[in-house]
Design a protein around this ligand. Structure first.
Ligand code: ZN
Length: 375
């Protein structure tokens, strides 16, 4: 898509030449209710959209102020702050909830949480490219081999995977340096002003940012192209991802929600479309897992954390210890104290051992239900 980008030296976009401004042809700002039907009519003829939300502290307790929907040759920026929640009642909710209209998104979790709890919009038909990128990065066959190994889940620490941000994915898979530069420029601006998505009028730089965050999803999707099996697993994974925060009765916004690891049991293994029965709640992320996700010791103490939450806690402990200057050496400690594990450990060489401490011989069946409230 031929989006026009404002000059990078101009943060407001006010001094741009006409040719550099975001054009009406490629980018339509929808800020009057009267413009909504025409915009939706153009959107509805497409069965693949790109969607992104912006706001202040995006999530159920924050404010969603902008919703962008792109079709292959045009971007529609719905100014939710101006339009108010009625815009969703006027057809936008139907588009977002329509399972048959698929939506490319990138990390849909906070968008889904915002849309549901602020506007009662249950976004569906998501294809989350943050997940597709993880699937692309995996070596073929690895997840299946791990599952078939029969090892206790709590010991399969190498199943914890990192997730990348959109900028990193653009750098890895897309080659347009100018667009990447604009994305970085926009991110820098957002870092400086957390309330920027509430300022009006939206500057050309912000409009450009909205265009990049949606239209580039088409490019990334093309690049990471899923085969039929991957696509069906991606649909399931994206649906679970959208539910991750949305379905929580209470958001904590703590370390177990804000980290760069893929939550467990989001992407089905190759050749599978389901997950093992889950009934035991992790006290970190509050998600349910099979009982053998946790060690006997953890369960006994009521401190059961999934592998992702253990890793998050481990990192936080290392960081806290460093900040408290508990380290013996400057920045390369030999030992640190893990409050979670109640033991001293070597963060660089002893990491695997930390998990092996939890190995036990008890084989919990999935029917061995641990009584927790559903989330
Ligand atoms: Zn957890």
């Amino acid at each position: 898509m031929a989006t026009k980008f404002p000059d990078e030296s101009d943060a407001t976009g006010d001094n741009l030449s006409e040719c550099e401004k975001v054009t009406e042809d490629s980018c339509k700002i929808v800020e009057e209710m009267a413009d909504v039907p025409d915009a939706l009519a153009e959107i509805r003829v497409h069965d693949l959209l790109a969607v992104d939300c912006e706001g202040v502290n995006l999530g159920r307790s924050g404010e969603l102020t902008v919703l962008t929907i792109a079709i292959p040759n045009k971007t529609f920026i719905f100014d939710v702050l101006k339009l108010g929640k009625h815009v969703f009642d006027d057809g936008l909710r139907d588009v977002l909830e329509d399972k048959n209209t698929e939506k490319l998104m990138f990390d849909c979790r906070r968008d889904a949480d915002s849309l549901y709890h602020q506007f009662q919009v249950n976004i569906s038909g998501v294809l989350d490219l943050q997940l597709l990128e993880v699937m692309h990065r995996r070596k073929p066959g690895t997840s299946l081999v791990k599952s078939a190994s029969g090892s206790r889940r709590s010991t399969r620490t190498d199943d914890v995977e990192s997730i990348y941000g959109f900028l990193r994915c653009m750098e890895l898979y897309l080659s347009d340096k100018e667009i990447i530069k604009k994305k970085k420029q926009g991110q820098d601006l957002l870092e400086c002003d957390k309330d920027i998505w509430k300022t009006r009028p939206l500057t050309d730089l912000l409009k450009t940012y909205c265009c990049i965050d949606t239209t580039e999803l088409f490019s990334l999707y093309e690049k990471l192209k899923a085969d039929d099996d991957s696509l069906s697993r991606l649909r399931i994974a994206s649906s679970r991802y959208a539910d991750c925060l949305r379905s929580m009765s209470v958001r904590t916004n703590g370390i177990y929600e804000n980290h760069a690891y893929l939550p467990l049991d989001i992407i089905p293994d190759e050749g599978s479309t389901s997950f093992p029965f889950a009934s035991t709640k992790c006290v970190g992320c509050h998600r349910l897992f099979p009982r053998d996700e946790f060690s006997k010791t953890q369960l006994k103490n009521g401190e059961q954390k999934c592998r992702v939450c253990k890793k998050v806690k481990l990192k936080a402990d290392v960081q806290n210890n460093r900040e408290a200057d508990w380290m013996r050496d400057d920045c390369t400690p030999e030992l640190y104290y893990s409050s979670d594990e109640n033991r001293w450990a070597d963060p660089y060489h002893d990491y695997e051992d930390l998990y092996h401490d939890y190995e036990d011989v008890y084989d919990y069946g999935y029917e061995d239900i641990y009584h927790d409230d559903d989330w």
